[in-house]
Design a protein around this ligand. Structure first.
Ligand code: HEC
Ligand code: HEC
Length: 292
């Protein structure tokens, strides 16, 4: 083979390999991924004509640590977590702890066909979600993210978010419904309000999930469908954590001096003291400079 021909063959093989690789990475539609993300949440609000499940999920009895009952036990997120990491993530402790495995590793390692099989109950007949499958498998395959890259699990603060950009995006994409400070929609009650700022501060994993997938049964747009990278949602999270949570400490009542007491003017006194000290130091330096 002459060398030109050899190079041609090498180039063709490389091209074919590349084409095969991109085919293997075949992307699901953003709409399907977003739908999967909403199914991962309250799926009965997404599936047409579905009714809210009654009683506990059949697998629920295999754990005792999470004492919720009813519809909650049917949500993927209740068993597998908002951060997709189950017992190895944010639900590894606290009232949501079940000890169940996460889905992040399976989403990364298994093929869509294998994921579909798991959702049909192939590994456990009680784990049968046949009606929800296609979009769920798309979500598991392409919609999951490793949130430890985006959120500090100890402080719940975002990692590497851009506050200014987040503010801009929030103002244009969220404020029309949630209000400029996020208090226009209250998901809680009057007594215990829950705003977009509350979710951002208390549960940043849920926040990212909902911004990317949308809210089941609500007209809220999905980041996946808008072509957002998770980093953009992290910017919004960074800003949203500065918004009111409704949990702000009530204003401390002003302490009024008791009648009869002469209130000591601590603040002016301290200021005068500080000023005197500064003047003293300045004077000392000045005299030293003159002396040298
Ligand atoms: C009541 C709890 C519960 C609910 C709800 C639930 N799962 Fe699971 N899931 C499990 C348990 C337990 C396992 C592990 C063993 C098994 O297959 O039964 C599992 C396994 C998985 C796995 C495989 C993980 C691995 O590493 O092999 C995937 C993927 C998965 N679930 C996705 C989902 C999705 C998507 C939903 C929502 C439609 C869902 N699960 C709802 C409990 C639950
Ligand atoms: C078209 C209106 C609309 C837009 C735009 C919108 N949302 Fe929402 N959002 C809603 C509605 C409606 C709900 C559900 C309220 C409820 O369930 O009571 C919601 C719920 C949420 C929740 C979950 C609350 C919960 O506890 O379940 C979060 C978090 C959230 N929105 C954040 C955002 C962010 C961030 C943006 C911008 C990127 C945004 N939303 C844009 C309408 C909107």
């Amino acid at each position: 083979m002459n060398s030109k021909l050899r190079w041609f063959v090498v180039a063709m093989v490389a091209l074919l390999a590349l084409a095969g690789y991109s085919l293997a990475q075949a992307q699901a539609s953003p709409a399907s991924i977003a739908k999967g993300g909403k199914l991962y949440d309250k799926w009965w609000k997404v599936v047409p004509n579905a009714v809210e499940p009654k009683g506990d999920h059949p697998l629920w009895a295999s754990q005792t640590t999470n004492t919720r009952t009813g519809p909650d036990t049917w949500r993927c997120k209740e068993c597998h977590g908002w951060d997709y990491k189950g017992k190895d993530g944010a639900y590894g402790s606290g009232s949501h702890k079940t000890g169940f495995v996460g889905v992040y590793n399976a989403g990364a390692a298994k093929s869509k066909a294998e994921l579909v099989a798991i959702l049909k109950g192939s590994t456990n007949p009680k784990h049968d979600f046949s009606a929800l499958i296609d979009s769920l498998a798309d979500f598991l395959k392409e919609g999951l993210a490793d949130d430890s890259k985006y959120i500090n699990y100890q402080t719940k603060k975002p990692i590497g978010g851009n506050l200014e950009q987040g503010k801009q995006v929030f103002t244009s994409s969220c404020a029309p419904c949630h209000g400029a400070d996020g208090t226009q929609l209250n998901f809680g009650s009057e007594k215990e309000p829950e705003y977009v700022g509350t979710i951002a501060s208390d549960n940043p994993w849920e926040f990212l999930h909902k911004v990317m997938s949308g809210q089941p049964g609500a007209p809220m747009p999905s980041g996946f469908e808008s072509g957002w990278a998770r980093e953009k949602a992290v910017d919004v999270l960074t800003f949203a954590q500065t918004l009111p949570t409704g949990e702000e400490a009530p204003p401390t009542p002003a302490v009024l001096p008791k009648t009869g007491d002469t209130p000591l003017p601590y603040l002016p006194l301290a200021a005068a003291g500080g000023l005197a000290l500064l003047t003293g130091v300045a004077l000392l330096r000045w005299t030293r400079r003159i002396g040298s």
